[in-house]
Write a protein that binds this ligand. Structure first.
Ligand SMILES: Cc1cc2nc3c(=O)[nH]c(=O)nc-3n(C[C@H](O)[C@H](O)[C@H](O)COP(=O)(O)OP(=O)(O)OC[C@H]3O[C@@H](n4cnc5c(N)ncnc54)[C@H](O)[C@@H]3O)c2cc1C
Ligand SMILES: *[C@@H]1O[C@H](CO)[C@@H](O)[C@H](O)[C@H]1NC(C)=O
Ligand SMILES: *[C@@H]1O[C@H](CO)[C@@H](O)[C@H](O)[C@H]1NC(C)=O
Ligand SMILES: *[C@@H]1O[C@H](CO)[C@@H](O)[C@H](O)[C@H]1NC(C)=O
Ligand SMILES: *[C@@H]1O[C@H](CO)[C@@H](O)[C@H](O)[C@H]1NC(C)=O
Ligand SMILES: *[C@@H]1O[C@H](CO)[C@@H](O)[C@H](O)[C@H]1NC(C)=O
Ligand SMILES: *[C@@H]1O[C@H](CO)[C@@H](O)[C@H](O)[C@H]1NC(C)=O
Ligand SMILES: *[C@@H]1O[C@H](CO)[C@@H](O)[C@H](O)[C@H]1NC(C)=O
Length: 532
C-alpha cells in the first residue's frame, strides 16, 4: 500500500512540475490526476513515467526516428508513458483512461511517419497518455507448424532473427528497417522485398490477441469476430484496439538468396531504364524483386532473388539486358543475412548479426518528410526526364519505388483493408531529408510538396492512393463534430489509404467496436454513424 501511494504522489507531482507554464486549469483537469491514481492501483509504479522523471524524456525519444518530430513531442509531452510488461497493464490503462476521460496512444516501434503514436499532430488536441509496448517483444516459433507468435513490441529484425535461427529454411515477409515495430507495421500492411512472392506481413497474419476499446482482452480471432479480425490486418494502427500479439504464417526461403545492385546515371541511360522498369518489374517471376531508388540524378536498382546468382543473372539478361547485370554485381547469402545486409550493407561483416538485428536503438537521423503514391499506368520517358531533376539546388531526398505484381496482384482488394492490388504497378515513396535545428526550427520540407503536385496527373486518382504506413498528415486530418470524428472528414485520407469500399467497411467496424471514438488521433478511423 505504501509503495502505491508513493507512486501516485510522484506521478501527480511530476505532472505539475513538468508543464506549469502552459497549463491552464482546464488543460490539466482532475481527470488526469484521477487517471494516474487509477493506474497506480493496477500498474506497478516503475512502469509509469511522468514528465518529472529523469527517464521520461529519454524514454519518450527512445524510438523516434525522425528529428522533425522530436521538438513537437517533447514540447507538449504526454501525461505519462506506461510501459506494460503484461496484458493486464494495457487493460488497466485503457479502463482508467475511459473512466477518467483520458485518451491513450499506443506505440510499438515508434516509426510512425508523423509520430502519431507519441505526439499530437494538432496543437489544440486533448492531453493523452502513451502506452509503449517495447517491453512486450517475445517471439515464439513453431518450426513444425511453420508459424510464430510475435508480440507487437518486437522489432521486425528480432522477428527475422528468431524465425531464421529457430526454423532454418523459414522466413517472414516484412519491411527493410530492423527497428520497425511489429505493432504498427502489421497494422498498416508491411511491405518488403518478399511481398511479390508472399504478400504483405498482414496477409500472413493467422490470429492475434488484443485489448479492445472497453479494456477487454480478446484472446483470439474468434473473440474478435470476422470483421474486427479483418480490420486489424492492414486497417491502420491506433484505430480499433491495442494488438498485443500476432500469430503469423512463416514462409519457405531457400538456403541461398541473392542480392544485386546496379547504379545508372542519367548519362548511362537511367531514364530509359526506369521507364522500362515500370512494367517489367511487376511482371518478373515472383522470386525476383527489383526496386529502384532515384537520388542525385541516379537510379539505383536493388534486388532480392529467392534463388542463386546465376539464375538471377540469366533472368535479368533475357528480360532486362539494358541493366547489364553480371555475376560480379551479385552477393549470395542466407535469407537472414540478407535482412541485415539490405539495411546495413557491408557492416554485417564487422558486427555480429545479433548486434544489428536485435539492437533496438538507432541513431536519430535527419529531419524527414515522406509522402507516397501508387502508379497504375507507366509514366513516359519525358515525364521521367523531369522527375529526375528533383530534388535540385541544395535540397536532398530520394524516390523509393517498390514493384507490386506477383501475389500482390492476385490477392483481392478486399481480402484485407489494404486495397492496392491488381491494378498497381508500383508504389512510390517520396522522401525529403534536411538538417533542421534541435529546437525544431526549419521543420517545413522544401520540395517534396511541389513534386507531389507535379505528379498528380501521372499517378492513381479518384481517390489518389497512398500507403497508410507512410502516414502523411498533409493528405487530410479529421474533424470532430458533436464529440465524434466525422466520417466525411476522414474520407479524404481514408479513401486514399484504403479505397472507398474498405474505408466504409472500416468505419462501420469502428462503430461496432469503438462507437464512442475512444481511440482517436488526427487520422484515426471515424465511426460510421447509423444514419450514414
Ligand atoms: C526507417 C523506416 C523505415 C521504414 N521502412 C518500411 C518498409 O520497408 N516497409 C513498410 O511497409 N513500411 C516501412 N516504414 C513504415 C512503417 O511500416 C510504419 O511507420 C509502421 O507503422 C511503424 O510501426 P511502429 O510500430 O514502428 O510504429 P508506431 O509509431 O509505434 O505505430 C504506428 C501507428 O500504429 C499504431 N500502433 C502501434 N502499435 C500498435 C498496436 N500494438 N496495436 C494497434 N495500433 C498500434 C500507433 O498508434 C500509430 O498510429 C518505415 C518507417 C521508417 C521510419
Ligand atoms: C501482470 O503483472 C501484475 C503485476 O503488476 C501481476 O500481478 C499479474 O499477475 C500479471 N498478470 C499476468 C497475466 O501475468
Ligand atoms: C521515409 O522513408 C525513408 C526511406 O524509406 C526512410 O529511411 C525514413 O526513415 C522514412 N521516414 C519516416 C519518418 O518514416
Ligand atoms: C542455380 O539455381 C538453378 C535453379 O534455379 C539451378 O538449376 C542451378 O543449378 C543453380 N546453380 C548453381 C551454380 O547453384
Ligand atoms: C552470414 O553473415 C555472417 C557474418 O555476419 C557470415 O559469417 C556468414 O558466413 C554469412 N552466412 C551466409 C550463409 O550468408
Ligand atoms: C546499438 O545501436 C546504437 C546506435 O546505432 C549503437 O550506439 C550501439 O553501440 C549499438 N549497440 C550494440 C550492442 O551494438
Ligand atoms: C527545381 O526544379 C523544379 C522543376 O524543374 C522547379 O520547379 C524548381 O523551381 C527547381 N528548384 C530549384 C531550387 O532550382
Ligand atoms: C546534414 O547532416 C548530414 C548528416 O549529419 C551531413 O552529412 C551533411 O553534411 C549535412 N548537410 C548540411 C548541408 O549541413
Amino acid at each position: 500500500m505504501a509503495s502505491i501511494s508513493l507512486v501516485v504522489i510522484i506521478c501527480v507531482l511530476g505532472f505539475f512540475v513538468a508543464a506549469p507554464s502552459q497549463a491552464s486549469p482546464s488543460d490539466h483537469s482532475d481527470n488526469d490526476n484521477d487517471f494516474l491514481r487509477c493506474l497506480s492501483t493496477d500498474v506497478p509504479g516503475q512502469l509509469v513515467q511522468a514528465p518529472s522523471s529523469p527517464s521520461f524524456t529519454p524514454l519518450l525519444v527512445s524510438s523516434i526516428r525522425n528529428a522533425r518530430l522530436v521538438a513537437p513531442a517533447t514540447s507538449r509531452p504526454p501525461i505519462c508513458i506506461v510501459t506494460p510488461t503484461n496484458a493486464s497493464h494495457v487493460q488497466a490503462a485503457v479502463r482508467c483512461g475511459r473512466r477518467h476521460a483520458v485518451r491513450v496512444r499506443v506505440r510499438s516501434g515508434g516509426h510512425d511517419c508523423e509520430g502519431l503514436s507519441y505526439r499530437s499532430g494538432s496543437p489544440k488536441s486533448e492531453a493523452f497518455a502513451v502506452i509503449d509496448l517495447a517491453n512486450l517483444h517475445a517471439v515464439t516459433v513453431d518450426p513444425h507448424e511453420a508459424t510464430a507468435w510475435v508480440d507487437s513490441g518486437a522489432g521486425i529484425g528480432e522477428l527475422y532473427y528468431h524465425v531464421a535461427t529457430a526454423a532454418p529454411g523459414l522466413g517472414f515477409p516484412a519491411g527493410v528497417c530492423p527497428t520497425i515495430g511489429v505493432g504498427g507495421h502489421f497494422s498498416g500492411g508491411g511491405m518488403g522485398l518478399m511481398m511479390r512472392k508472399h504478400g504483405l506481413s498482414a496477409d500472413n497474419v493467422l490470429d492475434a490477441t488484443m485489448v479492445d476499446a472497453q479494456g477487454n482482452l480478446l484472446a483470439d480471432k474468434k473473440a474478435m469476430g470476422d470483421d474486427l479480425f479483418w480490420a486489424i490486418r492492414g486497417g491502420g494502427g491506433g484505430n480499433f484496439g491495442i494488438v498485443l500479439s500476432w500469430k503469423v504464417r512463416l514462409v519457405p526461403v531457400p538456403p541461398t538468396v541473392t542480392f544485386f545492385k546496379v547504379p545508372k546515371t542519367m548519362e548511362q541511360g537511367a531514364v530509359d531504364a526506369v521507364t522500362k522498369w515500370q512494367t517489367l518489374a511487376p511482371a518478373l517471376p515472383d522470386d525476383l524483386s527489383v526496386r529502384v531508388v532515384v537520388q542525385n540524378r541516379e537510379a539505383n536498382f536493388q534486388a532480392l532473388h529467392l534463388g542463386n546468382c546465376s539464375a538471377a543473372v540469366a533472368t535479368m539478361g533475357s528480360r532486362f539486358p539494358e541493366l547489364g547485370v553480371t555475376t560480379a554485381d551479385c552477393k549470395e547469402m542466407s535469407w537472414l543475412n540478407y535482412t541485415a545486409y539490405i539495411f546495413f550493407g557491408d557492416a554485417i561483416n564487422a558486427k555480429p548479426l545479433e548486434a544489428l538485428l536485435l539492437n533496438r536503438s538507432m541513431p536519430l537521423g535527419r529531419f524527414v518528410k515522406n509522402k507516397s503514391d501508387y502508379v497504375k499506368k507507366p509514366l513516359t520517358k519525358e515525364t521521367w526526364d523531369k522527375i529526375f531533376q528533383w530534388p535540385n539546388g541544395t535540397a536532398t531526398g530520394q524516390l523509393v519505388m517498390e514493384p507490386h505484381g506477383g501475389i500482390m496482384a492476385r490477392i483481392s482488394a478486399d481480402g484485407i483493408p489494404f486495397p492496392h492490388r491488381s491494378s498497381v504497378l508500383y508504389n512510390i515513396q517520396y522522401v525529403e531529408f534536411w538538417n533542421g535545428t534541435a529546437a525544431g526550427g526549419d521543420v517545413t520540407p522544401k520540395w517534396v510538396g511541389s513534386l507531389y503536385e507535379f505528379m498528380a496527373p501521372f499517378v492513381s486518382k479518384n481517390p489518389r492512393g497512398a500507403y497508410v504506413n507512410y502516414r502523411d498528415l498533409d493528405i487530410g486530418t479529421n474533424k470532430v463534430v458533436d464529440g465524434v470524428t466525422s466520417y466525411e472528414s476522414g474520407k479524404v485520407w481514408g479513401e486514399s489509404y484504403f479505397g472507398p469500399e474498405n474505408y466504409r467497411r472500416l468505419a462501420k467496424i469502428k462503430r461496432t467496436v469503438d462507437a464512442d471514438d475512444y481511440f482517436r488521433s488526427e487520422q484515426s478511423m471515424p465511426p460510421l454513424s447509423l444514419s450514414q
